[in-house]
Design a protein around this ligand. Sequence first.
Ligand SMILES: [Ca+2]
Ligand SMILES: [Ca+2]
Length: 312
Amino acid sequence: MTHRAFAAPFVIAACMCSLPAFAGAVKITSSSASSIYPEADGLRYTPEQVYDRKVSKNWTEGDQKSSGLGEWIQVEFEGEKNLTSFRIWNGTFTSYDMWTRSNRIKEVELEFSDGSKQSFTLTDGMSGELVELSPVSTSSVKMRIKSVYNGSTFTDTAISEVVFFDDVDDGVATVKSWKASSTYKADADGNYEPINMADTAVDTMWCEASEGDGVGEWVEASFASPTQISTLNLVNGNGYNIMYAMKGNLATELLLTFSDGSTQTVTVKASGIPQKVSFTPVTTSSVKVSVNTIRKGKEFNDLCFSELQFAK
Ligand SMILES: [Ca+2]
Ligand SMILES: [Ca+2]
């Protein structure tokens, strides 16, 4: 555990490149499971934790006799959606240690509302893995554990988070690549790479690594093509909860620099709650986001962003 003392994943989403050009995350409205690992020490393992936007909270199956083979979790959508892909955080992402000690799913079977099924072999890596589907129209997905990669200590199998994508453009600009002025080095909780700002999880983040308080530090998003944007979707600091967000430095004003050299200044709330910030519409192939001013953290002199994306 580092001085930051929060749970974050080790590696996230190495490649957003195969996402369809116009893909939106589908809202999950409810979930159920064949079994649930019993609550212990105040920690829960309920199925709704696969869509709470926190990779540090998971659904764990409750099969106490074996590895959870045949156990399933089902999620429901608001009506039929044309699914094209999904991203899965497979295993227990509370720390790298817990991820290696617990089972990960090897083969997963997806069953859709029309009864059709698709099966996949997942990669055994601690990252949010993007999986392409044969496009399917469905109002629910049942994910069944068919085989596992064995953990070194425990026989329990977990899914920390899952996001389904459909063919409807949600207006969020697809980022082709990220740059940063500096990046905090990976530790036992995970890494702090810029790509963590575009994975939908509020407890995975980019953190700067300067000697100072973060003022003057920057991240830059490059888009696949010139894109019109007018909204910044931001989770400032560590979005795990309000208390964790307050521990670190929080940006209060950002300077946006676009590919034509023009700039705009936006004020942002010093809060870890997701916020949408509007600015004058601009068509650009990149945005550099520089920290102009901050509010000091209660515990750490580091500045992080958990989510930072641009939309129409
Ligand atoms: Ca979760
Ligand atoms: Ca994130």
